[in-house]
Design a protein around this ligand. Structure first.
Ligand SMILES: *[C@@H]1O[C@H](CO)[C@@H](O)[C@H](O)[C@H]1NC(C)=O
Length: 582
């Protein structure tokens, strides 16, 4: 406490001095002395400009401000998630996080006078994302162009046809560069998030989506041809003996984008077939940013997320977040969801996200800012599980414009403050799924918690692939789970799907069971998992040592003893994980 008070007194002194300085500046800030904040050399690959957006198009602009105490949130995150630390699992409230991330008063003053200079009415400005981001509601594209020295256009994805409103570059007055972390949406082509489905691929005959309503084979034979059903997963990951019992206090959240809706009817049909005691399984839906919820038009992504999270965690309450914006997609969906969730007083203890986007479509600043929002979730005691992607070390040839090859990891997994789940298949032994996303970030350096595990792997790898990946970057995934040939129900029919999209909710379900037990026994939930996972928690995992994740026209990395960028530390064993918490 005394420590914080010292900081407080000091900050009054410094902000007092600098605040006076800023007031002096405010009368004549050189707003027209602008410099590029971020810009691409060309329109990102696979996107084409359709020219100006329709007149009247408006966007919600987010301006992320530098906190007064730059590292405070991440420092607090490691305190509350490092077993053995005196503050382990002493999570912070929404208000405490707001204190940690508050910008300097002169930052706010400068930015506000710049907005005022451009005639942005203060009634359209609000503080979001737990206290360091200004949201400007419904700014016209013309005004955004002027404000940011940008040229917002309508872009269409050449293959998928989705349209978004973005700019290839933007500028800020020099006086603001130090104060503003990033502005979104600008140059990060975050639409569409890549859905995780692995479509038919000949390198794994099980990775084929089929619409045949195949009957379940008898599980007790445990033959390798068995489908990956809920009871199989509960057996394989050793969770079948545990029934959640917190009566509503423990909640599991599933993030949905792009109008992908889950169907309660399909969930019921799935459970009646595969887990009859869960026949009444249900979920609530939260509509964010104008998105609607239409259960009569379910999507396989949303259905697999709900069906497999519930398969592991029933009867734990589930919330599905239906996050909107567009089309054309004017908003930054990630910022929209993070804004909503960080604004809640109570957040589900476990959250699963099965969408990702290649790192190179994002600006470094955007990625760092979004990652910091995940750190805020961790500080508040939330475990975030994300899928690692379905393209191995990268899609296609991974050739850059200059002709060099670079492996392509994806967001949000590149963020060191989430737990990334890769894919496996088979059992006895379980092996890596060939599409399991893995690799190393160019934007985030290797966090301390995985230093030993990752450097051991890199020593073993030696010179192989040198220069094609970042040997000092954050390594992904952290862990893995089954991802091939999972039956789901969609529009009343049974189909089989494959992808790390399934692996994330499976693990989220298991983590949610651990949280249930912790809460029942009067303890705090697990929160940000990784420092525990790479320490004592790793004993609760089965190391996967076979298989690889080809991509970029190369063989990919190999799963080996210990951590690897294919299956991480391995797959969960519920009872062993529980033992590590006793
Ligand atoms: C490799 O990662 C480090 C640490 O995150 C980063 O500073 C560096 O820019 C990365 N290198 C490349 C070529 O992206």
């Amino acid at each position: 406490m005394r420590y914080y008070r010292c900081i407080f007194v000091l900050s009054i002194l410094t902000t007092g001095l600098l605040g006076g300085f800023a007031k002096h500046l405010r009368l004549s800030p050189p707003w027209d002395d602008t410099h590029i904040k971020h810009s691409w050399n060309a329109v990102p690959k696979n996107w084409e400009s359709l020219g100006h957006p329709p007149s009247g198009t408006a966007i919600d602009l987010y301006i992320a401000l530098k906190p007064q105490r730059e590292n405070a949130v991440v420092d607090a995150l490691y305190e509350v998630s490092e077993p053995g630390h005196p503050r382990y699992r002493a999570y912070l409230t929404k208000e405490q996080v707001a204190d940690l991330v508050a910008p300097r008063p002169e930052t706010l003053e400068l930015v506000n006078s710049w907005l005022e200079h451009h005639g942005i009415s203060s009634s359209s400005i609000s503080m979001t994302h737990g206290g360091n981001t200004l949201m400007l509601k419904a700014v016209s594209v013309t005004q955004a162009d002027t404000l940011l020295g940008a040229s917002y256009q309508l872009y269409r994805h050449i293959e998928r046809g989705e349209t978004i409103v973005r700019t290839v570059g933007y500028s800020l007055p020099m006086a603001l560069h130090w104060h503003v972390l990033t502005v979104a949406p600008t140059t990060s082509f975050v639409f569409p998030p890549r859905t995780q489905w692995q479509t038919a691929q000949n390198r794994s005959d099980r990775a084929v989506k089929s619409t045949s309503g195949e009957p379940a084979t008898v599980l007790s034979s445990r033959a390798k041809v068995n489908p990956v059903t809920p009871s199989f997963l509960r057996w394989l990951y050793d969770s079948e003996a545990y029934t959640p019992n917190t009566h509503g206090e423990n909640v599991l959240g599933i993030v949905g984008f792009l109008g992908h809706y889950p169907s309660p009817a399909d969930l019921g049909a799935f459970m009646r077939k595969y887990l009859s005691e869960a026949g009444d399984a249900t979920f609530t839906v939260v509509e964010i940013n104008g998105e609607k919820y239409d259960p009569t038009h379910p999507h396989d992504e949303a259905n697999v997320d709900i069906q497999y999270a519930e398969a592991m965690a029933y009867p734990t309450p589930h919330i599905f977040y239906s996050t909107g914006g567009g089309p054309p997609r004017t908003d930054d969906i990630w910022m929209s969801w993070l804004k909503y969730i960080l604004d809640q007083e109570n957040i589900p203890q476990t959250i699963s996200i099965s969408y990702n986007i290649l790192e190179h479509f994002l600006s470094r600043e955007w990625a760092i800012n979004a990652c910091n929002q995940f750190a805020k979730l961790g500080v508040r005691g939330v475990s975030v599980l994300v899928s690692s992607g379905n393209k191995g070390i990268g899609p296609g040839t991974c050739m850059r414009d200059d002709g060099t090859v670079r492996f392509k990891p994806s967001f949000p997994g590149i963020c060191p403050y989430v737990t990334v789940v890769g894919g496996t298949t088979d059992f006895e032994p379980e092996v890596a799924a060939s599409f399991s996303g893995g690799g190393f970030s160019d934007y985030f350096k290797r966090p301390t918690y995985q230093e030993e595990a990752v450097s051991t792997f890199l020593q073993d790898l030696g010179n192989r692939y040198q220069g094609l990946y970042n040997a000092s970057g954050r390594g992904i995934p952290d862990i893995a789970a089954q991802a091939v040939g999972l039956p789901i129900f969609l529009n009343g029919n049974e189909i089989k799907v494959s992808g790390t999209s399934a692996a994330a909710p499976i693990v989220a379900g298991i983590i949610s069971l651990l949280n249930d037990w912790l809460i029942l026994t009067g303890q705090g939930p697990l929160g940000f998992l990784n420092p525990w996972l790479y320490g004592r928690g790793s004993r609760g995992f089965t190391d996967i040592t076979e298989g690889s994740n080809p991509g970029c026209n190369l063989d990919g990395f190999s799963a080996i003893a210990g951590w690897d960028p294919v299956t991480g530390l391995g797959t969960p064993r519920f009872r062993k994980m529980l033992e590590q918490l006793l």
